[in-house]
Design a protein around this ligand. Structure first.
Ligand code: G3H
Ligand code: 13P
Ligand code: ZN
Length: 329
């Protein structure tokens, strides 16, 4: 058993308290490899933003769980180095399991240094969701690890309109869920979805607004409780266009407009999950370089610029969308 405290991570308690009080959201950026991790740490240290490093089950498998744990530990050291060289403060970093699907996976992450886990029982019947979430909470809290639960299923673009009511979080459930499980934060479904194809819109059309009415109703039922927004990539069109220009095909890719995220960040939404935007930025830059410099075969020559692109994107997100820059407490 290795405690996250020994590795230099923090749980999400203080992060969410500050974000709730001051009306901003903590960025939760996913990583799978070294360049993504370096970019997240660099951008968040330079903008003085607390950050949640997110690891999915798939990421853990891809990078190898042992290597990944050491990479995350190394990330804390990298943050200290950047802070010291730039005369900046050290930033709080949480290591979080994204979309944990079993008690065993959550337990394994807690035992290998994670400071926060998500148990995603959102696809289960309500009582089963409560049961598995409460079980994870009971174990995690013994080690001062934070737990995120989820109520409501994030819409997929293929979802039938008739299923609409069962997709969005039902505000009537949230109070009981939070009380019965003891979770520290709650992910809700208000119209976002994972991936690069969030809405079916015709060219030039705006995607439908998020269901802020549901968010407001949830806030009334559990005042001051930290809410999490998944599927919050904006699918920046400059990257979609670059990808399409340099041999890719992402026609029709659409995300959540950034002004909606700005509004959400000022509410009880304390954690905003972004993965796809990072994937798109990295892919766009790699495609551009491989397309325009066909003789290039040194991975540093395309992954390095891709990392720079990521740094710039994350810095801008922290400053202009989440409001998390200059929030080191
Ligand atoms: O919510 C899903 C995240 O984007 C992680 O995706 O399971 O492909 O790593 P992944
Ligand atoms: P995006 O696919 O919109 O980036 O969502 C990521 C996410 O919710 C990770 O849990
Ligand atoms: Zn998610």
């Amino acid at each position: 058993m290795v405690s996250y405290k020994e590795l230099g991570f923090v749980n999400t308690k203080e992060m969410f308290k500050d974000a709730m009080e001051k009306g901003y959201a903590i960025p939760a950026y996913n990583f799978n490899n070294m360049e993504q991790l370096q970019a997240i740490i660099t951008a968040c240290t330079l903008t003085q933003s607390p950050v949640i490093l997110q690891v999915s089950k798939g990421a853990r498998k891809y990078a190898n769980q042992t290597l990944l744990r050491w990479m995350a530990q190394g990330a804390v050291e990298l943050m200290k180095e950047i802070a010291s060289e730039s005369g900046l403060k050290e930033i709080p970093i949480a290591l979080h399991l994204d979309h944990g699907d079993s008690f065993e996976l959550c337990k394994s992450c807690i035992e290998t240094g994670f400071s926060s886990v998500m148990i995603d029982g959102s696809h289960l019947p309500y009582e089963e969701n409560v049961e598995i979430t409460a079980k994870v909470v009971e174990y995690a809290h013994k080690y001062d690890v934070s737990v995120e639960g989820e109520l409501g299923v994030l819409a997929g673009i293929e979802e039938d309109v008739k299923a609409e009511k069962s997709i969005y979080t039902n505000p009537d459930d949230v109070e009981d869920f939070v009380k019965s499980t003891g979770v520290d934060s709650l992910a809700i479904a208000i119209g976002t979805s994972h991936g690069a194809y969030k809405f079916k819109v015709k060219p030039g059309e705006q995607p439908p607004p998020l269901r802020f009415d549901i968010l407001e109703e949830v806030e009334k039922r559990i005042p001051g409780f930290p809410i999490v927004l998944h599927g919050a990539s904006s699918v920046l069109q400059e990257y979609v266009e670059m990808i399409n220009k340099y041999g890719g095909d992402l026609s029709g890719a659409v995300g959540v407009p950034e002004d909606q995220l700005r509004k959400a960040a000022q509410s009880a939404v304390c954690k905003i999950n972004i993965d796809s935007d990072g994937r798109l930025a990295m892919t766009a830059k790699v495609r551009e370089i491989l397309w325009t410099q066909p003789a290039e075969f040194d991975p540093r020559k395309y992954l390095g610029p891709a990392r720079e692109e990521l740094i710039n994107m994350y810095m801008r997100k922290n400053r202009e969308v989440l409001g998390s820059a200059n929030r080191v407490y």
